[in-house]
Ligand binder design. Sequence first.
Ligand code: GCV
Length: 717
Amino acid sequence: MTLSRFVFLFLLVSFSALAQKDYKLWLQYNSVANPSIAKDYKANLKGIVVLGNSETIKIAEKELKTAFSEMLGNTPEIKFDLKEENNLVVGSQSHLSSEIKSQLQTEFDKINSEGYIIKSISLQNKKQIIITGKNDVAVLYGVFNFLRILQTNQSVENLTIADSPKTNIRILNHWDNLDRTVERGYAGFSLWNWQKLPDFIDQRYVDYARANASIGINGTVLTNVNANALILTPQYLEKVEALANVFRPYGIKVYLTARFSAPIEIGNLKTADPKDSEVINWWKNKAAEIYKRIPDFGGFLVKANSEGQPGPQNYGRNHVDGANMLADAVAPFKGIVMWRAFVYSEHDANDRAKQAYAEFQPYDGKFKENVIVQVKNGAIDFQPREPFHPLFGAMPKTPLMMEFQMTQEYLGFSTHLVFLPKLFQEVLEADTYQKGKGSTVAKVVDGTLFQNKITGIAGVANIGNDLNWTGHPFAQANWYGFGRLAWNPYLDSEIIADEWLRSTFSNDENFIKPIKRMMIESREAVVNYMTPLGLHHIMDTGHHYGPGPWVSNLSRPEWNPTYYHKADKNGIGFDRSKSGTNAVSQYAPEVAKLFDNLETCPENELLWFHHVSWDYKLKNGQTLWNGMALKYQEGVNQVEEMQNVWKKTEKYIDSERFHEVAMLLEIQHKEAKWWRDACLLYFQQFSGKELPKEVQKPTQTLEYFKSLKFPFAPGNG
Ligand code: GCV
């Protein structure tokens, strides 16, 4: 072999070995570095007894074998009896002996149909660890959670865990188009290769399902909410069926977006009026056709009469008419309809933040049982910080599901490191006061506040066909964290960061401690350098890449950043108080009062609710202008600190991911400065004030920033 060929092969092998690290997400199964922990695991896990032989159970068995061989260097023997001790016994309730069942009765009483039990028990004086649940998918969840214990190097002695998901629908929303572009997607093209489906099953589909199952995600909407009716034709349904078959053993149901005008576009009808009998029948037949192929099809997600999408209002009907008609079509098959509340209209002069509430709240109690209204976390659109959506808690007779966005449309795309579970947690912990103190958004979402039958959390996926799935290695943590919070909306984001870091990189405390802090602080950093003190939607137009506070020439007023910040020589901010648009009145009185009063309104949401003078005194004694400028600078400083912290991690992790993140942080730093300089130069025109001395002087002019154009910024359709 020539030297160059050798070098080429060497590079190829090392590249693919390293590249795999990125690809393996949080399922790295790194070898257990601490010898006493490894010894403990080996002693407790001598054999695996697998009960049952469904596809799901086989997946669980394979996962255990892979994990043990990679983490412990040996694969425990697969056994069929329990003559010896220290086995891991894996199987659903129906496969357990009556002795085991009786030892687990208390735990079985606690879990729901998707919950799992991990328990150390003694059987005929022999120690065993049981992983079980009421069905095989629950067992698979138990297996992944057991492996998380090992991946995070916790003890496996005396385990008693009984855990169930707190929501029923834990679902990814892919905004994937049939041509494989992804709306607001920054991690390559769509995973779904429609051209090659149904015959070619990409290994990625399996790996995708496995990753989702490992965090308890149980549903996926394959297609964009800006929907294409073709997905409902037999040609595509055959492909959807193939995907559903791959996902099923992992407990993942497939859902589709339903284009409201599909009866016209693919059904040759003259109307899509939800009260028209032909239309009603068309959807009934369509549902039957889908369920014939995919008996466990989840149902439809619908964006109607929003941003140009067709809907019932095109026929003088309302959202209830539209949603209930589709709900009737899927009801015989136990399907559901997720009807989005993300609606606003260019013909409505009302504050955009008020429109969804105004439109949906009066329909409370009017939707069919199998409809759930899907509400974005805030009333505008996935901003770095928004107050919680006023609909949460305001529709007690209607199940509402949360819609979070993992893809970072307004948070730096996949180039900025932002740990979103911190944002998600802030929203879930917010108190709506709708049933008195403690009526948190989490309690609305998990159904405990109003005893809803269906509950759910959706996340707009940040996944594409990039080698590392999410574009930024740390964006994997947002997928992971979303799944964990969908399972348990009360989880602390620090715990999530801790688990993710240990499973993805290393258990070394010298790595974990600083990087966990970096992740936790990253969300506030992005708020500071983009939209401090309650500013919002000042991103450049269309693609939302970079700052564009000056944009004011779009036909729809509410698409212009100037609509949102309202900067003038008197001050800045959107007056949503009683003396303004009175958006505060959509919240419970306690919350409305808090937001309405300039003194009590949380400062991090100040300019969301108030137009405030440039000289207004902030709580720290700074004027608003100085305080805002300092926040922008703080954001930049925080990114610099992230870079410094990251530089010290080189010895703890692989060089591929180390360098990737270092390069991305460099871009983030550059862009944070861009945000600071462009916004401050622009707002300075109104404030007419000098920058405080702590703020670095911009090196470019406002004209320069305004001249920047990005016609090919990704994700913009
Ligand atoms: C899928 C925002 C985004 C759109 C997105 C829309 C929605 O407006 O910019 O790309 O469309 O939200 O959530 O429906």
